[in-house]
Ligand binder design. Structure first.
Ligand code: SF4
Ligand code: SF4
Length: 383
């Protein structure tokens, strides 16, 4: 296993993300976690040198924390790192940081977290993290001071401006690491390249999430997608949401050595990236925006449309669209055509706006996901 030296800690380059653990059908037809299988995966992970385990409040409808805590308990506490996250992205009036944090420690069966993150800082949630009413920064700094959090960081699904805003806020100087969605498709599509650069300028190492873009890239080659990531400077660890023993073994094997991609391997990645979806060829030159009578952020909307064209994993563009006002949405386009005349790529922008509005109307909304997760959390608490 390859390791990263982080402030004197030896962190495995491969981490176990516990949001897609294996499930089986229960007698009543519902999906339940396959505990024996998960325990075997953890055993393989530990034996293979994986020492980083990542969970969160909403994963597996709130069951992930308990399951991974139980599976790790037989190993000495000093031999593994556990990361958990504060669910500010689904904040409710009745959420009290202290209550949630205590509950997370209890569920995981630990008295400290090695790594603790503010979950999903994005355009929709940044207001919660910056709102003095919740006093989240003060509370978590206190927990760090008392040793119940060893390292404080955040995950971010927001755009580059949102990431910069958070780093420029009072949180910035306390953030020791940042988890972003990074893979060879999102390098440009979700502007991961700029995010890595920005974090590098601030001296903040990168934790990678969605290295296979929800399994999409593994259809070509999981190994190549991981090796592509290993070449990115600043990447400290790669969290993979593994669902089987076989995946765990294969990924441990990939992370056992560092091998540069060959020319042919790099080309095959590029070719696959091009076939994953047909992309609107916007270069974000912004020639079109000045003449738009509706003042639409056309390149940002086209980018959202490109993301929605990729199968699965629609929540990031959906979250972005949900953060817009009605007059900024694609259906505010009046089809005047001012933009089309000026676009050097000859993009039929009104058609793209129409397509985006249609794709968005058919997408599951992030706010609905949060509402459902909170409902489940409340029901579990009431039991
Ligand atoms: S066609 Fe739509 S996007 Fe283009 S300039 Fe007119 S209103 Fe703006
Ligand atoms: S002019 Fe064309 S290429 Fe440039 S930002 Fe607008 S849509 Fe994109």
């Amino acid at each position: 296993m390859l390791y990263t030296d982080f402030k004197g800690e030896k962190i495995s380059k491969l981490g176990f993300g516990t949001m897609r653990m294996p499930q089986v059908k229960a007698a009543d037809g519902s999906d339940v976690e396959d505990i024996a299988h998960i325990e075997r995966m953890v055993d393989i992970a530990i034996k293979g040198g994986v020492n980083y385990f990542d969970t969160a409040w909403p994963y597996h409808d709130g069951r992930s924390e308990t399951i991974i805590g139980d599976a790790l308990r037989k190993y000495p506490r000093s031999t593994w790192f556990l990361a958990d996250k504060y669910p500010g992205h689904q904040q409710l009036e009745e959420y009290h940081p202290e209550e949630i944090f205590e509950e997370q420690l209890r569920k995981c069966g630990v008295d400290y977290f090695d790594f603790y993150l503010m979950h999903n800082v994005c355009e929709n949630s940044i207001g919660v993290y910056l709102d003095p009413r919740w006093a989240l920064l003060d509370y978590f700094l206190e927990q760090k001071k008392s040793g119940r959090i060893r390292h404080l960081g955040f995950s971010c699904h927001g755009e580059v401006d949102c990431l910069r805003r958070f780093l420029d806020s009072p949180w910035g100087k306390h953030m020791e690491f940042c988890q972003i969605q990074l893979n060879y498709v999102d390098w440009e599509l979700q502007h991961a390249k700029e995010k890595v650069q920005l974090l590098g300028e601030r001296g903040i190492p990168v934790w990678v999430m969605e290295p296979q873009r929800g399994g999409l890239l593994s259809k070509h080659s999981a190994e190549l997608a991981f090796r592509w990531l290993m070449e990115i400077p600043g990447v400290a660890t790669v969290l993979s949401g593994m669902s089987s023993e076989e995946q765990m073994r294969q990924n441990i094997d990939t992370f056992s050595s560092f091998r540069l991609l060959t020319y042919d391997e790099r080309r095959s990645i590029e070719e696959y990236s091009d076939t994953v979806f047909s992309r609107v060829p916007c270069t974000a030159c912004r020639y079109c925006t000045e003449g738009c009578p509706q003042h639409l952020d056309i390149p940002a909307l086209i980018n959202a449309c490109n993301q929605l064209r990729i199968p699965g994993m629609a929540f990031t563009p959906v979250m972005f669209l949900e953060s817009l006002k009605a007059e900024q949405m694609p259906d505010a386009c009046i089809g005047c055509g001012n933009c089309t005349h000026i676009c050097p790529q000859h993009i039929d922008i009104p058609s793209v706006m129409e397509e985006l509005a249609d794709r968005y109307s058919k997408s599951v909304k992030w706010s609905d996901i949060c509402r459902e997760r909170n409902k489940i959390a409340k029901e579990q608490k009431a039991k």
